[in-house]
Write a protein that binds this ligand. Structure first.
Ligand code: SF4
Ligand code: SF4
Length: 450
């Protein structure tokens, strides 16, 4: 459409995206640095998309396999969104392209396996089959078969599922007191099913800072306020809606967006807004621990549902872990950890969320040194997809892995993103931790990390 055309024409060709080494915290463009090829730079992709819309050189429009192949190695790291002088946002264009390219056609297996990850993981939790899945994926030939069917790179190990989800733990804990501000903690797919220790640690720290923690609502009213969010559903209608309510979960839609399943993403996001209505009405901040989910809610949500006023409200309610502590517990001092750090600033944190509050929180906890810029190379589904392993590893070797190898004795390896932690574990055998885990451990007592 017109907006897409204007967006891809933004590129002015100054080639900042073609720098051979990433400077400081910059991220753009890891796929160019890994391949050295114009086709795999932000500029190369923007030009090709422009040609596609012009229709003279690239004549098969959205169906173009040439454009698809050029976008294939884009990690959707969003680095260009912040580092390109004119804000070329290739991750968004890639999602839009994939949406059109596969409309009414068979999608690659990875779009089903990883694009629908929240759905598979919820199914495993509901049927309590996580231990069975873990046992099966530990058997070499079965794992190989599963990876082949799911379009997953054979070099990759399948991450283990948590046998107790974060919300499962939450439901069984004794409610904590507290008189501070109320915050809603977002149980993103990664925290919920793959890294529940991060969620438990965050609860420990937020409550130690005096905040009252709640989880998002899970009751979805039927026929009540569901819709465009512009109309309310009071009185009898609200009661009827409550009686017909069903259980549902919030989701930022990230995996659907990155695989270009935009209709599905919009459905998931609208349901999320329906669920979050009471939170939005009360003006409660929403803490999101996984940077890519926070970034999706901040930027993709209002772009995808621009017709729904609730989207902008949820987007602006989203805070990172460090932001919520800084704004809602300004007088709290974190425990003194007093150690050097190495690790990864998540690329979406760099591009969308900013990391200044994180730096201040680390300083206050005596965590010294800088984290790596660039991209860890895993970038959600990217590094797991068949054919991406070498580029994924090359990206990790650029900054993250050398920084961890050279980290001083006793350094804490920080990585707030599940992807970055997975990359560290799979390529370096190193356990990276979310800042919440490091602070919870230093607080001791309370069993957050157990
Ligand atoms: S994508 Fe951005 S940085 Fe790269 S050439 Fe175009 S304007 Fe310059
Ligand atoms: S999203 Fe990342 S990999 Fe893709 S073009 Fe932008 S900087 Fe390069």
């Amino acid at each position: 459409g017109g907006d897409f055309g204007a967006a891809v024409r933004r590129c002015v060709g100054v080639a900042k995206c073609r720098t051979a080494t990433a400077a400081g915290p910059a991220v753009m463009c890891p796929s160019f640095r890994a391949t050295g090829e114009e086709e795999h730079s932000t500029r190369g992709r923007a030009r090709l998309l422009h040609e596609m819309l012009a229709g003279e050189v690239v004549t098969d429009g959205w169906r173009s396999t040439e454009v698809r192949d050029a976008l294939d190695l884009c990690l959707s790291c969003k680095g260009c969104r912040s580092d390109c002088p004119v804000g070329v946002d290739m991750a968004t264009y890639k999602a839009e392209f994939l949406h059109h390219h596969y409309a009414g056609r068979r999608r690659p297996a990875a779009h089903h396996s990883m694009g629908r990850l929240p759905r598979w993981l919820r199914w495993a939790a509901r049927t309590r089959t996580a231990p069975v899945v873990n046992a099966l994926t530990a058997v070499g030939p079965l794992a190989a078969l599963g990876k082949r069917l799911g379009g997953i790179a054979p070099e990759r190990a399948i991450p283990r599922l948590a046998t107790r989800t974060f919300t499962g733990w939450w439901r069984r804990r004794k409610p904590a007191g507290g008189t501070g501000d109320l915050v809603v903690l977002w149980p993103d797919t990664f925290t919920e099913h793959l890294s529940p220790a991060v969620g438990r640690a965050a609860v420990r720290v937020l409550e130690a800072a005096g905040l009252r923690v709640a989880l998002p609502p899970t009751l979805l009213p039927r026929g009540g306020t569901i819709g465009d969010g512009a109309t309310g559903g009071g009185g009898t209608r609200a009661v009827t809606a409550l009686l017909a309510a069903r259980r549902a979960r919030v989701c930022c839609g990230l995996t659907y967006i990155s695989t270009g399943q935009l209709d599905r993403a919009r459905t998931v996001l609208r349901r999320t807004l329906d669920l979050m209505e009471p939170v939005l009405r009360a003006g409660v901040p929403v803490v999101v621990l996984e940077p890519s989910c926070a970034a999706a809610l901040r930027t993709d949500l209002p772009e995808l549902l621009s017709d729904d006023p609730r989207a902008a409200r949820l987007s602006s309610a989203v805070l990172t872990f460090a932001e919520v502590l800084e704004r809602h517990a300004p007088h709290w001092s974190p425990p003194a950890v007093g150690r050097p750090v190495a690790g990864q600033t998540h690329c979406h944190q760099h591009a969308v969320l900013g990391d200044a509050p994180d730096r201040r929180l680390r300083d206050a906890a005596g965590l010294t040194g800088d984290l790596s810029g660039g991209c860890c190379g895993l970038a959600g589904n990217f590094g797991f997809e068949k054919g991406h392993f070498e580029v994924s590893r090359a990206c990790a070797e650029e900054q993250l892995l050398p920084s961890v190898r050279q980290a001083p004795e006793g350094a804490v390896i920080l990585a707030d993103g599940f992807s970055c932690r997975t990359q560290l574990e799979q390529l370096a055998g190193v356990r990276g931790r979310h800042l919440a885990e490091v602070l919870a451990e230093a607080l001791g007592e309370g069993g957050a990390a157990k």
